[in-house]
Design a protein around this ligand. Structure first.
Ligand code: MTE
Length: 302
């Protein structure tokens, strides 16, 4: 399948402004590396985060409980998953409900490259160059009806191919949800690839959600169902441990997980600037998303 790249997005669009400016400073100054040494520690760390995590790290250190709970289980076992043919049921409060093939869903969509930070709730992070289209484009195509306020998603259940589903680690299917305005936010991506290649199975082939300002567990993989609903849908981690994981799951360095701090995180595969960074509000996407949560108590709506 041909990937069409649109140059609409630049680094300025996908990165926090101070980081972008900082990057420009570095690029215009003589000797980027020496320049980085002169700026504040936090900024230097943020700058380092812009460098995409290596393809090897992105595809070998994963969370995908359908294939096991170990970080290397998905890379080891996800090849067993048949990703073609693939269909996605789109139902609920939509004008054009139905079962769409993966090809139907992707057809006519503009595939862009988006370089996003991924911050796992377990306090590690990566920077991933995704390829995908805006979820809003798909929702507009199927026609969202009045009364729809949320979007819910489900992952495939196929224990013959997803060996982790033979255990009840989480209630299958894995499920997630967004408020409709979050789903329509231009940052919200349906990813079909990374690093310009088709999405590897361990990263959620053939199609997964990417919501960069929320903890990684919201970015549900290998989606087979999308429903538009009036009620707030259930999401897997909230179902299992409601005191630890909420519905919103916005990245927030000021609201700790009951069992660990969220103020900083480990950078997977980090090189030059060392292994830890301060976590940014909304994972660095505050300017793009903070308006959606105005007036909400983020310690209650965690
Ligand atoms: N989606 C499904 N279906 N099952 C999962 O276990 N894990 C989530 C999310 N999506 C998960 C999932 C978690 S906790 C994270 S951090 C990200 O996927 C990891 O995405 P990556 O492996 O592509 O980095």
């Amino acid at each position: 399948m041909a990937h069409r790249y649109r140059s609409k997005l630049t680094w300025a669009d996908v990165t926090p402004e101070e980081v972008y400016l900082n990057r420009r400073q570095l690029m215009t100054g003589a000797g980027a590396i020496f320049g980085a040494g002169l700026i504040g520690g936090g900024q230097a760390q943020a700058q380092a985060a812009l460098e995409p995590t290596s393809y090897d790290d992105v595809t070998s250190y994963n969370n995908f409980y359908e294939f096991g709970t170990g970080k290397t289980d998905p890379a080891r076992y996800a090849h067993a998953l048949t990703t073609s043919p693939w269909s996605i049921e789109i139902d609920g409060l939509v004008d054009n409900p139905g079962t769409y093939s993966f090809e139907d869903v992707v057809d006519g969509m503009t595939i862009e490259e988006r370089i996003y930070r991924l911050r796992c709730v377990e306090a590690w992070s990566m920077v991933v160059p995704w390829n995908g289209f805006e979820l809003a484009d798909l929702l507009e195509r199927v026609g969202v009806q009045d009364g729809a306020q949320y979007v819910s998603f489900e992952t495939l259940v196929r224990p013959e191919e997803m060996r982790g589903q033979n255990r009840n680690t989480v209630p299958w299917p894995y499920r997630e949800g967004l408020r409709l305005d979050e789903a329509m936010n231009p940052l919200t991506l349906m990813a079909t690839g990374l690093y310009g290649r088709d999405l590897p199975n361990q990263n959620g082939a053939p199609i997964r959600l990417v919501v960069p300002w929320k903890y990684g567990f919201k970015s549900i993989k290998s989606i087979v169902r999308i429903s538009l609903t009036a009620e707030q849908p259930e999401n897997t981690w909230n179902m299992i441990l409601p005191n630890e994981y909420g519905f919103y799951a916005n990245v927030n360095p000021n609201v700790d997980h009951p069992r660990w701090s969220q103020a900083s995180h480990r950078v997977v595969g980090s090189g030059l600037f060392g292994g830890r960074q301060d976590t940014l509000m909304f994972n660095g996407y505050e300017e793009e998303v903070a308006h959606m949560y105005e007036g909400m108590d983020l310690t209650v709506n965690y």
